[in-house]
Design a binder for this molecule. Structure first.
Ligand SMILES: C[S@@+](CC[C@H](N)C(=O)[O-])C[C@H]1O[C@@H](n2cnc3c(N)ncnc32)[C@H](O)[C@@H]1O
Length: 297
């Protein structure tokens, strides 16, 4: 039972039942990845996305963000479309679809023979009302660094161009070396890329630590409460902890919580003071070269 908010803890159980015991408007940010259809069995556990989304809408503060990372399984020759169904349900429940981002992997796991290789997942960013926090990561090397920024024109509905006042202010300013990154994020995945923690790979479907970190620092502030209702191997909990946020992690599997999350978090100082984050979180070599990690280094 969660009722009085205790943070920096894991709960074992069905997340809908657990979230029902939480007060309204207590979570600043959710970062999570639910099971993708029947791609993995997770020891027979299932979830009802409508009930989960309803509980998320209840526990999230106004201005809070849900990052929902999903892909589709293929059933009888067709992608299931579950990702879209879930996204539309979030909107029906009153969330804004703030951004549809892409998690690009630097390779594919299973070669496709009748279509192009699958190398991405969706990262739907939903907000409950207007987002209260956005700390953009500015690590995209600017191709025109140092050059003079020119005022841009705005294209009107009838096709004519007029000066754009927002850009006029930038006129004659030098462009900086780094700009805000785009909304397609590329990471290296798989053994020892997503995490250096060998124990994490006892879970069959982890996402990269760096991905969790990048969302957490973008959409929450120091001290905020980050919830992962499908915490799996504890990736979001670990990165929230190392980034000075509070966390709540939930998973229906006791084996994952007791066997992976708890020992994994202990390796980084939990439940005492957070250790320094590791310096060698892996991304693809291309990304590493183009977008050097500024947050951690
Ligand atoms: C895709 S995995 C999450 C992996 C995680 N992002 C990581 O990096 O380790 C989904 C998780 O949801 C859990 N799960 C499935 N149904 C659940 C439910 N009803 N309530 C809580 N957890 C559930 C599964 O046990 C599984 O660990």
């Amino acid at each position: 039972m969660v009722s009085r908010i205790k943070t920096n803890v894991f709960y074992t159980g069905d997340n809908v039942k657990l979230m029902k015991t939480m007060p309204l408007d207590c979570v600043d940010m959710v970062c999570t990845s639910p099971p993708y259809g029947a791609i993995r069995e997770y020891k027979g556990y299932s979830f009802n996305y409508k009930e989960t989304i309803y509980q998320l809408s209840r526990v999230l503060k106004s201005g809070g963000i849900v990052v929902w990372i999903v892909g589709d399984e293929t059933v009888d020759g067709s992608e299931s479309g579950e990702s879209f169904k879930q996204a539309l349900w979030f909107m029906k429940m009153g969330f804004y679809l703030h951004d549809t981002m892409i998690y690009l992997k630097d390779g594919f796991r299973f070669p496709e023979t009748v279509r192009y290789h699958q190398v991405f997942e969706y990262m739907f960013v939903f907000s409950k009302d207007k987002p209260k926090t956005f700390n953009p990561i500015k690590d995209r090397r600017c191709a025109y660094a140092g050059s003079l920024a020119a005022a841009r024109n705005h294209r009107n509905k009838d096709g004519t161009l007029t000066g754009n006042s927002a850009y006029k202010k930038q006129n004659n300013k030098r462009r900086s070396d780094y700009g805000t990154r785009y909304n397609v994020w590329e990471y290296s995945t798989g053994g020892c890329h997503s995490s250096q923690d060998k124990i994490a790979f006892d879970h069959p479907a982890i996402f990269p630590e760096q991905l969790a970190h990048d969302h957490i620092v973008s959409w929450s502030n120091h001290g905020d409460l980050v919830l992962d209702p499908f915490v799996g191997s504890g990736t979001v909990a670990k990165m929230a902890w190392l980034s000075g946020r509070q966390f709540i992690g939930m998973d229906v599997s006791k084996e994952y919580i007791d066997g992976i999350c708890v020992p994994r978090l202990k390796m980084c100082g939990w439940p005492k003071a957070p250790h320094q984050p590791p310096k060698d979180l892996c991304r693809s070599k291309k990304v590493e070269k183009d977008y050097p990690l500024k947050i951690f280094r």
